[in-house]
Design a protein. Structure first.
Length: 72
């Protein structure tokens, strides 16, 4: 039987990741500085890494980052 605390933590992480991905998407749509969108997506990836979900989330973040202009 899985540990309930780990399950809850994983669900919390998934929720935070989703919010960060959507925040980055919305920032880009609203014309906010692309670096702020990048920061949200990179933060989502960091949360995913900490929760052991990096392999699932990395492709989603990489697709978004590929659409941004390169950093100076």
């Amino acid at each position: 039987m899985p540990c309930y605390a780990r399950l809850v933590k994983g669900e919390d992480a998934r929720e935070r990741i989703q919010k960060l991905l959507v925040t980055g998407d919305n920032r880009l749509k609203q014309g906010v500085d692309p670096e702020k969108a990048r920061a949200s997506w990179e933060q989502a990836l960091e949360v995913a890494r900490e929760a052991g979900l990096e392999e699932t989330i990395r492709p989603l973040v990489e697709i978004r980052l590929a659409d941004l202009p390169p950093r100076d």
